[in-house]
Design a protein around this ligand. Sequence first.
Ligand code: HEC
Ligand code: HEC
Length: 283
Amino acid sequence: MKELKIFGVVTFFTLVTYWGVEPLAHSIFHPHVEPADFQFKDLEKITETKGDATKGKEILSQNCVGCHSVEKVGIPAQVDKQTAIDSYGVFPPDLSTAGLIYESNYLANFIKHPTKAGKLEHKYDGVNKFYIMPDYSWMSNEDISSIVEYLKSIAPAKLSNKEVFVDACGRCHSMKYDKLPAVSDVTKVMASTPPDLSMMIRSRGEHYLTTFINDPQKHLHGTAMPRVGLTEEAQKQVITYLEEIGDSKKAEREAIAPYVLGFLGFMIFISLLWKREVWNEVK
Ligand code: HEC
Ligand code: HEC
């Protein structure tokens, strides 16, 4: 009877700990975050106002090519790479692929108000502290839509996983395992250093990255990493690339699993037969 009581008490406290503390700890260490939906619903619907690609080309060449190149159509960078890095901390990306990798309405919002689209307003208030890319909130939605239309019209139909990574993340992050150095000195302007991403797929896992890129503030409240409004396809390509470089043995590992399990099953079967054999003698 005494044993039963002890058993009851131990069970009680184990269950209290499990149901009372575990979910609490879990919600703190791994808070639930909404899955990425690639709609960017918090942003103004700028691209609902129709734009015109020809007009967009003109607006872009008047406003953007002082910092950005558009190599696809033969517009070179007007600033030297090192000068740009010295003054902005980061090299303004070439815009040839922007129309493919960024979700259109996010792209429009980024042009209009980069810190709002990137969710960095807590770092750059636009009064005392300015972001490295100026905001174009004085432009009409029609003009911004036109730039987006133009960028979409010149974008390639397809990019390799690595190309998407380089254009979307490579100006801030290095990827040492693929010999991609950090091309910028973001630390100066962002007051935090973008980590090398070679091993991120292992240390954070695919699930974390899927929600992180789409909205870094969900995981790291107050972080300096901007929301990067990739399309679902582009984000998949970035994650696949991180996997290819950081976890290149994954496919091999998974392919071997059935054999290992089969072997274990077979050994269990043999051991059972052997046990039967031994106990037969005892009887
Ligand atoms: C004064 C220099 C400057 C001008 C002018 C400028 N940009 Fe930028 N732009 C930058 C810098 C620096 C970055 C890198 C910042 C970042 O990655 O968030 C950037 C980033 C971008 C990106 C990447 C978006 C993302 O989500 O990371 C796009 C697209 C872009 N600019 C489009 C434009 C367009 C379109 C114009 C003209 C309307 C323009 N920029 C004008 C400096 C500039
Ligand atoms: C404009 C610069 C910039 C761009 C572009 C950028 N990042 Fe970052 N990223 C940062 C900074 C700065 C940090 C460090 C944030 C911190 O410590 O708060 C960071 C941190 C991270 C982290 C670490 C998160 C953690 O849990 O510690 C990951 C993962 C990451 N970035 C992935 C990406 C990927 C993938 C892309 C491309 C889709 C990308 N970043 C594009 C600036 C950038």
